[in-house]
Ligand binder design. Sequence first.
Ligand code: TRP
Length: 450
Amino acid sequence: MQQNNNRAQFATRLGVIATTVGSAVGLGNIWRFPYEAGTHGGGAFLIAYLCFIFIFGIPILCAEFMIGRHTRSNIFGAFRQLKPTGHWHHVGYIGIVASMMILSFYSVVAGWTMEYLYQSVTGGLLLASPSDFDKQFVSFSTSNWRPLMWTLIFLSVNFLIVIRGVQKGIEKMSNIMMPILFVILLIFCVNSLFMPGAADGLKFLFSPDFSKLDSQVLLGAMGQAFFSLSLGLGTMLTYGSYFSNRTHIVRSATTTALLDTSVAILAGIIIFPAVFSFGISPAQGPALVFEILPNIFNQLPYSVVWSTLFFFLLFIASLSSTISMSEVTIAFFTEEKKMSRKKATIVNTAIAMVFGSICALSFGILGDFTICGHTVFSLFDYVSSNILLPLGGMLISFFAGWLLDRDIIRQQLTNKGAFKVYTYKAIIFSLKFIAPTGILLVFLSSLNLI
Ligand code: TRP
């Protein structure tokens, strides 16, 4: 059954978790979650997001892991192996397009992180008032060449790591950095809880106003759930293909989802009390976190140390996520198109550099170039997260629920009966009925068709 026995495998159980969490935790949690929650009304968004994580997210994560581990292949090869005559491998194209789009706009924000890291080290974040940070972000993000330069630098760093292969680079770094990031977030969280606007911030995040729960909020929350779990384009499927036969798929999926969600909620608890304390609107969009965080650091003793450490860890968290996206395209080029790893990595980076540059300039000279009211940056963000990832997820869950041999599912989820999985039936039920129809309904309602 297992072809390609010479494929790399994760060495340890901790390596599996650290790497999947490394992919899941990133700018999606710390930058995207607060800005999406902020523009979509806070509490109602959070509730919808949590439902999507637990009801759709974990089962689809299990589906990606099991398809990957069973076929030991990338998303194209996986579907081709399981359904040689069908068109299922075309799902892979959705994954390739989505991962290139995400890598492009994601690298811009990772580039902002590098600029803020640089500013932290050189004392550029020691400004006085919230409006100064607002001006600083605007003047930086509209300055064209600086964001462009950082985007290209970030993609070059990503290139250097990816070209070295799966295990060595990624596993080691995530193992050390992710726990440190978690501890730092906890410390900032406590600090935020003592701010004057803490009560208002927590109310905004945790007390849902269900009148705000319209179809756009649902679509946004669903997109955020997929984005945050790195779901729907084959990233986790590719990682599943590197799992050893002893890895407990359901436990790994649940742990990944729980850790990922805790990081997003911690980020919310850090950001929203500060938003209300500094009198800033929560609906700032992509700038939100970059305008709020420096204010928080500025209030702490040794602010330079905190902000440097934080932006460094955020940079590493972004890197472990872009590495995982790149892995999808690279596995495609090397295994399907028979390119060398080096050539595949170069092609992946070159495409991302072209589109990443356009995204970086969306805040400057290309700001007036819009499609359906979106700049290229926001179009890539919207289309990939809200449409392509859930669409991929819908197809993967449908496939796993209806077409995948039940014996394969049982073997994969229970490791040939070695584990008792209490949620087994619930997972199958979601993959068969709830996830595919639920995603379809959210799509239809966002198009005002129901
Ligand atoms: N989940 C990551 C984050 O939250 C981003 C990411 C990495 C991703 N790989 C992905 C998103 C694949 C979608 C698909 O930052």
